[in-house]
Structures are given as C-alpha cells and as structure tokens.
Design a protein around this ligand. Structure first.
Ligand code: SF4
Ligand code: SF4
Length: 91
C-alpha cells in the first residue's frame, strides 16, 4: 500500500510546496508544523546528519529539510535526533 502527502511550508516568508506521491509505508515523514529548522545548530538538520542513507536533504543551511522517501529504510534512528519531535513514522 502506498500513501501520499502534500502541503506547504513557510521558509522565511517564502511558501514552498511539497508533494510526495507513492510514499513507501516505511518512510519517515516531516511534520512541518513542528519542524523548527531555523533553531537547529548552524541551520543544519540534526536528523539529517544522523541518517547514514542520506535520506534527509536540505538545499542549504536554514532551509527546511525534505525526505527522499524511496531511499528510507524505516530504521527510525533519526527520530530521536530531532529536538522538535518533527519526525514521524509514516503510519
Ligand atoms: S532536526 Fe528536527 S527541527 Fe531540526 S531541521 Fe531536522 S526535522 Fe527540523
Ligand atoms: S528512518 Fe532511517 S533511513 Fe529513514 S530517514 Fe530516518 S535514519 Fe534515514
């Protein structure tokens, strides 16, 4: 079974849209209502640094992270690294 998610994230006045279709059930998802990326040290997502598979990406420091869902193994190691509890299992 696959799921999809869509939404918008406000990045310093700019609204960005994201859409992830055919998201694997095991993938991690980011709750952008909780993700406080501007407060992460040097603007770097701590959870991104923890992911060995490089699933979490940022275009630049102080930009919101996003997930390459097809690469995610669902190991959940990144969840504990987020101080904002913004990372969730997809189900
Ligand atoms: S560690 Fe958490 S709050 Fe910080 S950028 Fe990553 S997901 Fe967002
Ligand atoms: S669940 Fe595992 S593979 Fe997926 S983003 Fe988190 S650390 Fe990376």
């Amino acid at each position: 079974m696959t799921t999809g998610i869509a939404g918008k994230v406000n990045t310093g006045g700019q609204m960005r849209c994201f859409l992830a279709n055919n998201m694997p059930d095991k993938s991690i998802i980011i709750n952008y209502k909780l993700c406080d990326f501007k407060q992460c040290i040097d603007g770097i997502c701590r959870a991104k640094s923890e992911c060995e598979k490089k699933v979490l990406k940022q275009e630049a420091p102080f930009e919101p992270p996003y997930v390459i869902t097809s690469l995610c193994s669902g190991c959940n190691k990144c969840i504990a690294e987020c101080h904002s509890n913004a990372l969730e299992k997809s189900r």
